[in-house]
Design a protein around this ligand. Structure first.
Ligand SMILES: [Zn+2]
Ligand SMILES: [Zn+2]
Length: 316
């Protein structure tokens, strides 16, 4: 099968054997794959991954132990826990110390014609949710995760920093709380996607930062952390969503003196994200910038890395 393979140094298209599902696993024929910033960070050295890239997908189950799954349209949770370590036994399977992560850690990913995942990772996609929307479930679930972690009150002032793919999803999810939300970005065209949905936006102006109870950092840039620390009020909460290759230098005294809570936030609930899409509560389709065939996936990744580009999709 045609696959996009990163060997730790270079990226290429390669023919790989069709993967054989392990015990309890299903083989999924991918129909649409999203390119994520994490994929681009991997190409810069993040997570020291090598193998088939990609983790945001929708596909059809081609082979499974559970016959009811065969032929069904699915999305899949990306963490594959060992089931035996202390974190797994405590029920924190997404924090399994020996976990594999689809296309990120120890497991071949979705930028290929087929992938394998445990059947329990798979979620059926409701008929009313098109592939173009379903392919956003993984990042949308990551946006929903914030609501599991932080209590956003009806009168909370919330700022989302960053108008990239994740920022636009996070903003739409947090808007559902009815809190006083504004989004700070650098791209009028991207912010317009939110303002057309009634979400308050502003262009970044380092001389005029607002103050907020909760700041969600989605810029994907180390500087975003500094801006977020300037915006969060004393006693407030800073939610960190960006993963980047490299380190951030920061004034942590501000965190101590102003008793700021810092919350790291990663993968979230797929079922909730699917429901949000089914109910039409968020609109993901305006986030699609372009689509490529799998054979042109290298051009797709190059396109995704250009500044100002939102979601690039790849069709196997
Ligand atoms: Zn991702
Ligand atoms: Zn484990």
């Amino acid at each position: 099968m045609l696959s996009v393979v990163y060997d730790g140094a270079s990226l290429r298209l390669a023919e790989r054997p069709k993967p054989v599902p392990g015990r309890g696993e299903a083989r999924v024929r991918t129909t649409l794959v999203g390119i994520c910033n994490t994929d681009l960070e991997i190409l810069r050295g993040y997570a020291a991954f090598s193998g088939i890239l990609g983790h945001e997908f929708v596909g059809m189950v081609e082979r499974a132990e559970d016959p009811a799954l065969v032929g069904r349209r699915v999305v899949g949770e990306i963490n594959v826990p060992c089931g035996e370590c202390e974190m797994c036994l405590r029920g924190r399977r997404e924090h399994c110390v020996r976990r594999q992560v689809l296309g990120i850690r120890g497991r071949d990913g979705a930028l290929a014609e087929y992938l394998c995942l445990p059947e329990r990772n798979l979620h059926l996609v409701p008929g009313s949710v098109q592939d173009d929307a379903a392919v956003f479930v993984e990042p949308l679930a990551a946006a929903c995760k914030i609501l599991e972690q932080v209590h956003i009150r009806p009168d909370s002032r919330v700022v989302v920093l960053g108008d990239g793919k994740l920022g636009l999803l996070v903003a739409q999810v947090l808007a559902l709380t009815g809190a006083c939300l504004s989004v700070i970005g650098r791209h009028p065209d991207k912010l317009a996607i939110l303002s057309s949905r009634g979400i308050a936006t502003r262009l970044e102006d380092p001389d005029r930062y607002p103050s907020a109870d909760v700041v969600v950092e989605c810029t994907g840039r180390p500087e975003g952390y500094h801006a977020a620390l300037r915006i969060v009020r004393p006693g407030g909460t800073l939610v960190l969503k960006s993963t980047y290759h490299g380190h951030v230098q920061a004034d942590l005294s501000r965190v101590v003196v102003d008793e700021i809570s810092i919350v790291g936030s990663r993968c979230g609930p797929f079922a909730a994200a699917l429901r949000v899409l089914e109910l039409g509560l968020v609109d993901v389709v305006p986030l699609i910038t372009a689509r490529y065939r799998l054979a042109d996936a290298l051009a797709a990744l190059e396109h995704a890395a250009r500044p100002g580009v939102l979601k690039i999709l790849v069709q196997p």
